[in-house]
Design a protein around this ligand. Structure first.
Ligand code: FAD
Ligand code: NAP
Length: 358
């Protein structure tokens, strides 16, 4: 392992800010990560774990050790007739892993195609897209505590997954390194080809896209292709326009508030969701909450396509803040704050960042 000093983090995150790490290292195996933690216990300095850097906003130089996880490996376990179990090292890139599964006709991840980042970061915010969340396929998550070096394996339940949330983004935030993730996927080669029950098609534009592709009886590779096509059209490619995906989480509000807002704004979209009340800090017996697309709220406040210097709100998806070149961290933070204030003034809803701000 090679320890770099005073290294620019610009190539290692997708928001394109010019920030520097005091120390930087890239462990390439699980053993190297564990070795590094022994060393880290001797030097005592802040540690930041980096995957693909696609869900981060750096606000300043990092005066500590950045550990960029590059551990690779996919292990396919013995499987039964219907399901396959796979353990994947944290540093594997997410989308090639999805492709690996789709090619083998293992279902469950195809709606999560083309999400940037690493496998190790996927459980952290329980990545989700097109009606699927990764928690539906995760069997367990293996991690190491940064301070003690103790390794643990959490079952799906213990990960406390919620909407773009997990225990790793809450009480264990910054305290652990995810080493590998074990998935359980459905073997579609074992089921009747006419059986479509495992496919999630009723979300957004998937059916429309499949129809445009002339596909009437889709398989999981068709779903992957459709999702990739929709995403390529609508979302900015970080290689061309720097961004960190959805900057804000979609807010959830109780029914009463939703009804008041619907009277005032009849075109406001909303989606009822069975919600775990502990995740929204409510003392309510009613677990149904209403998701309001943050993109709609931001657009209504006039931000869509807004640009100030190199900081902007993406014209095709106002949930994404973009850096057109040399936007500074402070510019993005100022824009964030003004968006939050205007949505709060108009709708009484406080948007929260989804992006991890460091
Ligand atoms: P990073 O950005 O490197 O890290 C994210 C956080 O996790 C940081 O706090 C970091 O410290 C921590 N972390 C990373 N790896 C580890 C590890 N091994 N152990 C412990 N902590 C770790 N997200 C969705 O949910 N759905 C989407 O559809 C989606 N689309 C996106 C589209 C675009 C264009 C972009 C830029 C982002 C999108 N995202 C989406 C957000 C992002 O891709 C995901 O959250 C992804 O899982 C982040 O992975 P990463 O490896 O880049 O994590
Ligand atoms: P979209 O399909 O235009 O939908 C807009 C919003 O409405 C999304 O926030 C979505 O919620 C919600 N929605 C739409 N149909 C729904 C349904 N049937 N049931 C419940 N909620 C519904 O969104 P998009 O911007 O093009 O993104 C497509 C998918 O990719 C979404 O799932 C989005 O979350 C995901 N994505 C995530 C990121 C990220 O960084 N987190 C970035 C890009 C795209 P959900 O967001 O809960 O799905």
């Amino acid at each position: 392992m090679h320890l770099d000093q005073k290294i620019s983090l610009k190539p290692f995150h997708t928001f394109g800010m010019e920030v520097e790490a005091r120390y930087f290292i890239e462990p390439r195996t699980k053993e190297e990560i564990l070795t590094l933690l022994n060393y880290r216990n001797m030097i005592h300095m802040p540690v930041l774990i980096l995957g693909g850097g696609s869900n981060l906003l750096f606000t300043k130089d990092f005066d500590g050790l950045v550990i960029r996880i590059k551990s690779k490996g996919i292990e396919v376990h013995e499987s039964d007739q219907d399901y396959v179990r796979i353990t994947v090292q944290a540093g594997e890139d997410w989308d090639p892993f999805v492709q690996f599964c789709v090619e083998r006709r293992w279902a469950g991840l195809e709606n999560l195609s083309l999400i940037p980042g690493t496998v190790g970061a996927a459980p952290i915010q329980n990545i989700g897209a097109y009606g699927v969340e990764v928690k539906e396929t995760i069997e367990s998550v293996h991690f190491v505590e940064i301070d003690s070096g103790i390794q643990k394996r959490f079952t799906n339940d213990e990960c406390d997954f919620g909407y773009r949330e997990s225990i790793f983004k809450k009480s264990l935030k910054g305290k652990i390194i995810i080493l590998d993730v074990t998935f359980r996927l459905l073997k579609t080669s074992a089921i009747d080809i006419s059986n479509q029950e495992h496919l999630k098609l009723d979300y957004g534009l998937i059916r429309e896209e499949l129809w445009m592709m002339n596909i009437t009886r889709p398989g999981i590779s068709d779903v992957r292709e459709a999702v990739c096509a929709i995403r390529r059209r609508k979302l900015p490619d970080p290689a061309k326009v720097a961004n960190a995906g959805s900057f804000f989480k979609n807010p959830f509000i109780p029914e009463e508030q939703k009804n008041v807002l619907c009277d005032r704004f009849p075109s406001m979209p909303w989606y009822p969701e069975q919600f775990d009340v502990k995740n929204v800090g409510l003392n309510s017996d009613n677990p149904v909450m209403f998701k309001i697309p943050a993109a709609w709220l931001i657009e209504q406040c006039g931000w869509k396509g807004h640009r100030e210097g190199d900081a902007g709100v993406y014209p095709d998806q106002p949930l994404v803040l973009v850096n057109y070149g040399n936007a500074g961290c402070q510019q993005i933070l100022d824009l964030m704050k003004r968006i939050i204030d205007s949505v709060s003034d108009r709708f009484g809803i406080i948007l929260e960042p989804e992006v991890n701000i460091h």
